[in-house]
Design a protein around this ligand. Sequence first.
Ligand SMILES: Nc1ncnc2c1ncn2[C@@H]1O[C@H](COP(=O)(O)OP(=O)(O)OP(=O)(O)O)[C@@H](O)[C@H]1O
Ligand SMILES: [Zn+2]
Ligand SMILES: [Zn+2]
Length: 738
Amino acid sequence: MKYCNVIILDIVSDELDRKFTYRVPEKYLDKIIEGVLVKVPFGKRRLLALVVEEVIKIDFPKEKLKDIVGVVFDTPVLTNDLLKLANWMSQYYLCSLSKVVNTMLPKGVKLGINPAYEKYVELTDKEMADSISKKASKQKNVCEILQEENVLKWNELLQKANCTEAPVKSLQEKGVITVNKKRVYREPISYDKVAHYAYKEPTHAQKTVLKLIKDQLHSRDKIPTLLFGVTGSGKTEVYLQVIEEVLKNNKDTIVLIPEISLTPQTIARFVGRFGDKVAVIHSRLSTGERFDQWEKVLRGKAKIVVGPRSAIFAPCKNLGLVIIDEEHENSYKQGEIPRYHVRSVAEKRCEMTDSSLILGSATPSMESIYKVKENKYQLAELSKRATDATLPDITLIDMKSEFQRGNKSIFSKTLLDEIKRNTDLDKQVILFLNRRGYASFLLCRECGYTITCPRCEVTLTYHKFSDRLLCHYCDYTEPVTSHCPSCKSNKIKEFGTGTQKIELELKKYFPYLSTIRMDVDTTSKKNSHKELLDDFKNQKAQVLIGTQMITKGLDIPNVSLVGVITADTALNLPDFRAGEKTFQLLTQVSGRAGRGEGKGHVVIQSYNPSHYSIQAVRGENVRKFAKEELAMRKKLNYPPYSQLIRIVLRSSEENALENYADHLADKLEDQEYEVLGPNPCPILKIKDEYRWHLMVKVKKDKFINDKKLQDFLLEEKHNITEQGIIRISIDVDPINLL
Ligand SMILES: Nc1ncnc2c1ncn2[C@@H]1O[C@H](COP(=O)(O)OP(=O)(O)OP(=O)(O)O)[C@@H](O)[C@H]1O
Ligand SMILES: [Zn+2]
Ligand SMILES: [Zn+2]
């Protein structure tokens, strides 16, 4: 008799969140192995479950065990390494195996989506076909068509013959023709319509980088490569040529690209080079299309998978390479359970399968830069643009001086002059407004001063309700002042501005300019994002005004000017990564200028232009920035020098919440853990629930082995959840601190 353990996928509730043992009936003995989807009886229901292991020793009465009652898919849906990876994720991110596996499998697999088939008609008895009498004109006609084409799709045949199914069916009964079913994949792309994307002879710099990476492919002790290449330096061509090499060794590649950069233009580069060997995954696919892309990979019909974060779970059997493009992107961290970061997961999967890993970016994360310093990653660098285009000139404008000179507008004189000069030359302009998060803060228009926490060096958040300033890392708080603590002026006020306002202001100066506005309001409809960008690309407007969503992957040669309205907004968020995010954003948005002929120009307006994260945008000086940023992180012992576990508590009862938060912090401190907080979250209330958070700071990379802390947190979570008043969520290596 064979027994195995399964995890239930259908209902994810805490009591079902463990392994259950079932008996394998005789008829399934060969089929049921690790990674196979099955149906099991549970109470009165039949639930979807995944076989995770065979059980050899059972220490309870076997008679009580029930039989597995069905097999859902004819082959394991998770490869061995994915199953191992799921176990690791469940441990590392403190969440159930069932939740992880649910994330790994596309919906269509769990729903049991049926593969699509198409009927084909083939002429098999030519003599008989000839002998069909002319009187049976319709049948004769069908035969004549098939004599020319031999094989045709059922529907196509009916169309060509302009007849009903009847004559075709009678021919089938007579044995003149045969009808076969053929598996078809529902494709989001028409592969034969994508133009070939020709191989480019690598530049000298690309050659050097390619050698470094290819050496890794064949090395026994692989380490990941950080491909640090300025905007437009030709990273994609490097990826393509490495994939070519991996393909030669008959291995598979996963390419991860942030969802907003997964544009048809980007996809066309991969499909244009490798044709139908490429499976593409993105959020606009139907469940059926998604299922088919997944199955193509599982069956080895696709060797390259291009997709967002979740594509890291593609069921490649023979993985050789993972590429993470724009590796610094925050969307690589999942907001819901399991709150994984794809960089960590990819590292683990590559380690398990002896695959190579490439992380590409023009503005690498501090985590990755630090790993280069520690020799855990190798550095490969492209420091110039691949074409003749050079990096744009950058002008920093001090908005304080503008204000002092009497310019109360949101545009500096320089920016207005540049807008005029560039549009007069029929060039296009991008105006960028940095608006991340919801927290507001106080800013002095006179001297640029913002009020920061004396202990944490983060900007204090303004809370309208209490009219107080608050630090979200420690419990520091102070009243709002009407006068600037630095210059004593009364020009210190709450800060915030919108894209609409910019558009209106711009029209005052240049009523004749046509504009396109891109923000949450104008892009909420499906496809509107792409349509607006296409319009701009086709020069239907001279100025594009937008937020974060316009920074990525825009390759529009006619854009010669980028204006950044206020560079400081992200800098003032209560987040120790504020400087890093500001620098990355400004560098990426600047990189959109001057990609075609002629020099590009960027005007950055700031109340704080001497801040290192704004200064370093000039010439994309990542090294200079990283040096200062890492020194700050080290001084305050923030990641990458330490590791954070963020615990968010939610409840409609504010007092109970505050008490429990204190209690939890005390308990952790009693065990000698360093705790930041507890504090109200910067977004204090969501849907009538109050939110508090605290952060546990542990030594770098130590959490995975700290069984004591893991168990403590899981037990607290279990106990407090049972009481039903407070909800708790745990985020290992958090990115979002709001
Ligand atoms: N070896 C080469 N020879 C000629 N042109 C090249 C070569 N490599 C890349 N290019 C061209 O340079 C331009 C920039 O390349 P690509 O978009 O790959 O850069 P990137 O580093 O991915 O940029 P970004 O980070 O800004 O998206 C493209 O138009 C590309 O076709
Ligand atoms: Zn503080
Ligand atoms: Zn001031």
